[in-house]
Write a protein of this length. Sequence first.
Length: 295
Amino acid sequence: MQLASGANDSVDVRTALSRLRRASGLPVAFGGLLAAPGRFRINELSGTATAVLSGLDILQGNGLGGKAASLARPFAVTDYSASSVISHEYDAAVAAEGLRSVLAVPVVVRRRVRGVLYGALRRPVRLGDRPLTAAMEVARELEQALLLEDEAARLLSVARQPAAADPAMWEEVREAHGALRALAQRIADPLLRQEMLAACGRLAAAASSGTPGAVAGEGGEGRADRAGGQGAALSPREVDVLACVALGATNAEVAERLGLRPETVKGYLRSAMRKLGAHTRLQAVIAARGAGLLP
């Protein structure tokens, strides 16, 4: 079972809480991911007046969030302290923050509950469909981000293994890398998308350094991608296109995968080839791999 331990996880939750407040109209949001089997820790707060909820451990089945996690479905109560449908182990902390109406949405990745997001009001009001639907949508986005990060971490681990010299293993890494870059463009939140691209960059750099004859280069897409003997910078979209081309995709297939027009794909490809000093698609892919931009 994956536990919440990385700095990226905290950033993901923090971003999700900000989005939850904006989308739902609820002034308070808080949440956290799995800290140990059956235990979730609230480690991110947004809009709270105190820090009383920070670090609070929620046991699965206890309170509103514990119930949502246990049943893997969202729940809402109109008045937390007076609710008869939840247990009340956390009443003191909730009351200290002055919360009344509260909703909780589980974050489920590969059928496992990885965390809980909360939204709340300081008055007892029946929460309608809008805030609950908004919170569920935010949770789905967080689930996708965590899933992509898990896959990137798995592939990074594979790329660092000596057994990864197996050509079939490298093909799996390369195909997944291209798919992850394409999926990253569908993440609406710019911070989460940037994190995903940075993970792809680390994967490419690790793969390049582990491949015989390859020259490791800079891999993070949080800045301009560096490649080529003259230090030309490739844009993230140029790397996206090359990642698809490396898998044998035609311009039309690249366009469909990335949600671009074929003419736009051609423009990115021509630009990348010029920056890399390449005269063919294959030369561009080889140069990008040598620079650590592709696995």
